[in-house]
Design a protein around this ligand. Structure first.
Ligand SMILES: O=C[C@H](O)[C@H](O)[C@H](O)COP(=O)(O)O
Length: 236
């Protein structure tokens, strides 16, 4: 990808993030997603709070990284313990299929993201158009969060389901650890014909804590690209 293309992708992410923040109302509790697009959401929210255009908005962060960013920008935070029901969450995605099913977890935050999403009345997903895909698995592996205990046995199970499995590494070459201290196995299945069936197989396995398939969770998708910003809802 050239520098020009990179800056375009960033611009589209910003456009999608800014449109999504327009959906936030004063006096509400909102879920704050993780990743680079969600970071733009947090920046925009902080700016609107600072200008007084939004008031009394409190966020529930989906990762330690988002928590730290929000704190640094002065966005007030709370927890799901205090606010178990959220009006809306704004989060990014790695891959989006035509039914608005997702692969998430490129940044390792899938578990907290899914917990916050299921507590939210509306799950708003913000992406640049490069995330759109004809079939999940075409562009991105499925991140599977596993307990370190017996992790290799889960890797073999996942290979048995047809995946090429790579245990994610941190920058120093040590195993990557999620915010919960677990490992991530990145599972390249190739295009996934029936993602709900695969999700059920992953959920049936002890030692698998969570997976990055978000099936039927998206309420609204905000996509930005060269033609501007588009707002989609799942059909049917
Ligand atoms: O674990 C990370 C999250 O699922 C992110 O929302 C996802 O990876 C998209 O991140 P980005 O907006 O940086 O592409």
């Amino acid at each position: 990808m050239s520098l020009l293309q990179e800056s375009e992708a960033s611009r589209y992410k910003r456009m999608a993030a800014e449109r999504a923040v327009e959906l936030i109302q004063s006096g509400t509790v909102v879920g704050l997603g993780s990743g680079s697009t969600s970071a733009l959401v947090v920046h925009r929210l902080a700016a609107l709070l600072g200008e007084g255009k939004l008031k009394d908005v409190v966020g529930v962060p989906t990762s330690l990284e988002t928590e730290s960013l929000a704190r640094s920008l002065g966005v007030p935070l709370t927890t799901l313990e205090e606010h178990p029901f959220l009006a809306l969450t704004i989060d990014g995605a790695d891959e989006v299929d035509p039914a608005l099913n997702l692969i998430k977890g490129g940044g390792g935050a899938l578990l907290r993201e899914k917990i916050v999403a299921q507590a939210s009345q509306r799950e708003i997903i913000v992406v640049d158009e490069s995330k759109l895909s004809p079939q999940l698995g075409t562009r991105w592996p499925v991140p599977v969060e596993v307990l370190p205990f017996g992790w290799n046995s889960q890797a073999l199970y996942l290979e048995g389901l047809g995946a090429r499995v790579v245990r994610r590494e941190a920058h120093d070459g040590a195993p990557y650890r999620t915010d919960q201290g677990n490992f991530i196995l990145d599972c390249a299945f190739g295009p996934i014909a029936r993602p709900a069936e695969l999700a059920a197989k992953l959920e049936a396995r002890a030692g698998v804590v969570e997976h990055g398939l978000f099936i039927g969770i998206t309420s609204e998708l905000i996509i930005a690209g060269p033609k501007g910003v588009e707002h989609r809802r799942p059909s049917g």
